[in-house]
Design a protein around this ligand. Structure first.
Ligand SMILES: Cc1cc2nc3c(=O)[nH]c(=O)nc-3n(C[C@H](O)[C@H](O)[C@H](O)COP(=O)(O)OP(=O)(O)OC[C@H]3O[C@@H](n4cnc5c(N)ncnc54)[C@H](O)[C@@H]3O)c2cc1C
Length: 527
């Protein structure tokens, strides 16, 4: 038996915690619970790719990793027209989207946990304060940063500046910005935690064959396996969570690698399928006791879907930039992440370096565009620098994930529909960020700049949100559902509001905190 072999627990073993999904939330929770001696079964819908399997080719890697089961979209967002079956860019594999992520790891700011109190009432926005504060989460942020090995934190050195960053930093300086750096970032600049230093090969969206980027695939899952307490089941898609007549969850039904329906009994169930699949599964688990979906007495399940206000600016220079070299997003300007109403909107945003290869640039730079202007954008690839906008978007009740009963996936199950439209605050913030991005590049001699619309959503948040009062959300401050005490939500679905920060560090911090709570409740026989 190798030290990383999966344990095998019985289907009828009702002492196990079942975690659905092995990404940022699920993979971290699995490691934390198993290291506390708790038996865990992880059901992961995707296959178990390893770093050796990844292909250094954008579309090939995407097709190998992404969740490509059918989904539908509606609403006024441009994605409903450009990519109607790809609302989100999410991975279906062991390690979840942490295998595809870039690595930016900023923390939320204190006021972002208290958006309703800070921003006041905003027409059309379903704002609420988180039931936790930055102070509550700070010790877990420390732990998450140490786990990930975030650069610039806890003594971890920064990554070197690549060309794309040098252009960003020079422009930021000219604009008078003061807060810019190559991190914090979840890829090693020097060996750390059994992972090597980055080789700066520019392929970190494609799975990272080198393992210098933190993911639950290369870090949390192997560590959990080494405890002997993790039964990892890839190719196992959960289709229903069942409950006792008293309303406690007691098992998960899933379709295994052979297409057989299995039932795994459970003492505790944690759903971490990312913010589209999590509410979908909870809706699929509706019953006479939970007619609107499991743990949905508030009616908020699936609602308040957020995806961050995004967009990119690509600028053309007269010298080569070769933006694809080095770490894709190791460059961040933080000055605009403050809350400052004078700019015409609430909340803030980051400007982060982004580099797409020619194939992705052609697909995303202006979907549907054709002709000389579009061709010129691609012709100038080598001389192009790029940045990405990441800003807080407003939670809206009408932005929501629902079951589309007129379309089924390969298992014959209704697909999720993702409905989204910008709030005026989102649009005002994006316009401001586009303008600042163009000014930044023009300040260092850009010949022209191009505003690229949002890509399929990489940051999916808010569909089972945390709330103080059960009537305002789905889970409490520990991600425990208000309605079912042994059912937890462990991914970005918990977010009450989105903040401006890229979400993964916060998801990991919440999972560490949740594990402590679950272990404590189990020890006290509360679960
Ligand atoms: C290109 C890209 C770049 C990114 N860069 C950054 C970044 O720089 N910084 C940052 O903070 N974030 C980044 N992100 C976002 C980040 O990857 C996600 O926020 C994070 O992984 C979400 O964690 P999660 O636990 O919610 O879900 P995921 O990590 O997506 O994991 C969910 C898992 O659940 C599985 N699953 C779903 N439904 C079921 C089911 N019914 N049964 C069994 N398994 C199921 C899925 O297959 C998947 O493996 C990026 C994402 C992408 C795509």
């Amino acid at each position: 038996m190798t030290e990383e072999q999966s344990a095998t627990f019985d289907y009828d073993d009702d002492s196990v915690a079942v975690i659905i999904g092995s990404g940022a939330g699920g993979g971290t929770l699995a490691h934390e619970l198993t290291s506390k001696g708790i038996k865990v079964v992880v059901l992961e819908a995707g296959h178990h790719l390893t770093s050796d399997d990844y292909v250094n080719n954008e579309w090939e890697a995407f097709n190998q990793m992404a969740w490509l089961d059918p989904r539908t979209t509606s609403g006024s967002w441009r994605l409903a027209r450009d990519f109607p079956n790809l609302p989100a860019w999410i991975v279906k594999a062991v390690g979840g989207t942490t295998t595809h992520w870039s690595g930016a790891t900023p923390r939320f700011k204190a006021h972002e946990f208290k958006a309703r109190s800070t921003y006041g009432r905003i027409e059309g926005a379903n704002l609420a304060d988180w039931p936790i504060s930055l102070e509550d989460l700070a010790p877990y942020y420390d732990k998450a940063e140490k786990k990930i090995g975030s650069t610039h934190r806890h003594g971890r050195p920064p990554l070197p500046a690549n060309n794309n960053y040098k252009v960003l930093a020079a422009g930021a300086e000219k604009l008078g910005y003061r807060h810019y750096a190559t991190g914090p970032y979840g890829t090693n600049a020097e060996p750390y935690d059994e992972r090597p230093a980055s080789i700066q090969d520019g392929f970190n969206f494609q799975g990272d064959k080198n393992k210098s980027k933190w993911s639950t695939l290369v870090s949390e899952i192997p560590k959990a396996l080494r405890t002997g307490k993790l039964d990892l089941r890839p190719n196992s898609q959960a289709v229903q969570i069942t409950h006792t007549p008293e309303g406690l969850v007691d098992s998960v039904l899933y379709v295994d690698a052979d297409g057989e329906l299995q039932r795994q009994r459970a003492r505790v169930v944690a759903v971490a399928g990312n913010s589209i699949e999590t509410p979908r599964l909870m809706m699929l688990s509706g019953s006479p006791l939970f007619p609107d979906g499991l743990a949905n007495s508030s009616g908020q399940l699936g609602r308040n879907y957020m995806r961050h206000t995004t967009g990119s600016v690509f600028a053309k220079f007269d010298q080569p930039v070769n933006m694809y070299r080095g770490e894709t997003m190791a460059g961040v300007v933080s000055d605009e992440s403050r809350h400052d109403r004078d700019r015409g909107f609430a909340g803030g945003y980051y400007l982060q370096t982004i580099a797409l290869g020619p194939a992705f640039l052609a697909s995303f730079v202006d979907p549907g565009a054709w002709g000389p202007e579009f061709a010129a954008l691609l012709d100038d690839y080598a001389n192009t620098a790029g940045l990405w906008i990441v800003g807080e978007d407003m939670p809206q009740e009408s932005n929501r994930v629902t079951l589309n009963t007129s379309a089924q996936d390969h298992l014959g199950i209704p697909v999720p529909n993702v409905h989204f439209g910008d709030h005026p605050n989102d649009a005002a913030m994006r316009d401001h960020a586009y303008q600042q991005g163009s000014l930044l590049y023009e300040a260092v001699g850009a010949a022209s700049s191009h505003h690229t619309p949002p890509y399929p959503s990489t940051h999916n948040l808010g569909t089972a949100r945390m709330s103080e009062r059960p009537e305002d959300g789905v889970v409490n401050a520990f991600g425990q559902t208000h309605d079912v005490k042994n059912l937890f939500v462990s991914d970005g679905s918990q977010f009450t509001t989105g903040g401006a920060a890229n979400p993964t560090l916060t998801i990991v911090a919440l999972a560490i905190r949740q594990a402590e709570y679950i272990a404590g409740q189990m020890a006290a026989s509360e679960l």
